[in-house]
Every structure is written in C-alpha cells, then in structure tokens.
Ligand binder design. Structure first.
Ligand code: ADP
Length: 166
C-alpha cells in the first residue's frame, strides 16, 4: 500500500522518524510530504527541511520526500494515493487529528482515509516546538533528534545569534 505522511517537520525528530520507520515495515511506499505553508513561521526553510529529511531516510528504499504548498488531498490525487498517516501522541493530538481526518475525508470526496499510528512511548513528549526551545536555551537534544538535526539546529541558532538572520 502507498501511504502519505504529511507534516511541518521543523525540524524532524526521532518521533517522526519512528513513525516513518514503522511505516516502512507495513507499507510498500511512503511519501513524506513537507508542508510549505507560507502563513506559518518556520525555523528551517522547506529546502533545508527537505535536505535534512532526505539524509535521515536515505536508508529506506521505499521512502520519498516531497515539498507541497497546497491541500494535501491535491497531493493524494496527483500521486494516485488514498491514505494519509498521522502520528498521535496524546488525547489532545487525537482530538485535533480526528477533526483533520474528517476535513480531509470531505475534501477528498470520501475517498481519503487517515491512519493514526500511536507514538512509541519513548517519543510521546517530543514535538518540534519543544526541540527548538531547548536548543535555544542551550540544552542538549541529541537523544531526541538525529545527529544531522542537532548540527543543523546548532548552525541555525549560531547564525541567528550572530545577527545574520534566518
Ligand atoms: P509537530 O510540530 O507537532 O511535531 P508535524 O506537523 O511536523 O508536527 O507532525 C507531522 C506528523 O508527525 C503529525 O501526524 C504528528 O502528530 C506526528 N508527530 C510529531 N511528533 C511525533 C511524535 N513524537 N510521535 C509520533 N508522531 C509524531
């Protein structure tokens, strides 16, 4: 089965990677789609996120990375896919994801299904916003994100501190 895993991935964490890895064991093709949302401020540009994700998933033959700036249902139509995957960390995540699933089902003319994958307990507190906060305050996130992300975060915050902008 072909599934699509959309998100911001700003930056990718071991929580995201865990969902991707578990998908590779279940599905024949996984398209990871980075949302290029111009209305949402992000730390990393979509191109930076693309390169980071590409490096992280290079070990999996059936994972591909895309950038998409429109409705996710349009991506599904273009790629002839019908199934979205979303990771769920908590009851509040579920409430939000349940609403999104209904919306996407409607937008996809009842042909779009959303599969929820519960997070591994090791990663249930991981979210990209928290990672950024910890690094900004000088904390260590090496057990929370892949090495390539640690380096990218350090580089990004050094640039910001030196006033070179984002
Ligand atoms: P966030 O900013 O919430 O980390 P993203 O938009 O990048 O989120 O999330 C993309 C998808 O990955 C969503 O389905 C989200 O629930 C899931 N996800 C994010 N972090 C985790 C985690 N630690 N465990 C499982 N799923 C996660």
């Amino acid at each position: 089965m072909h599934v699509v895993f959309p998100g911001s991935f700003d930056p990718p964490t071991y929580g995201h990677l865990n969902i991707i890895e578990r998908c590779t064991a279940m599905f024949s093709r996984i398209d990871v789609v980075i949302a290029d949302n111009k209305n949402k401020a992000s730390l990393f540009s979509v191109d930076e996120r693309f390169h980071i994700l590409k490096e992280i998933v290079s070990v999996y033959e059936n994972v591909r990375i895309f950038i998409w700036d429109s409705l996710i249902v349009k991506f599904l139509t273009k790629h002839n896919a019908h199934v979205l995957v979303r990771g769920v960390r908590s009851a509040s995540d579920y409430e939000y994801e349940f609403m999104l699933a209904q919306l996407n089902r409607g937008l996809g003319k009842n042909k779009v299904e959303t599969l929820f994958i519960p997070t591994d307990q090791k990663y249930f507190v991981l979210r990209s916003s928290v990672i950024k906060e910890i690094v900004m305050l000088g904390g260590d996130v090496s057990d929370k994100v892949p090495k390539v992300v640690v380096h990218a975060l350090q580089k990004k915050f050094t640039t910001i501190r030196n006033g070179e902008g984002m």
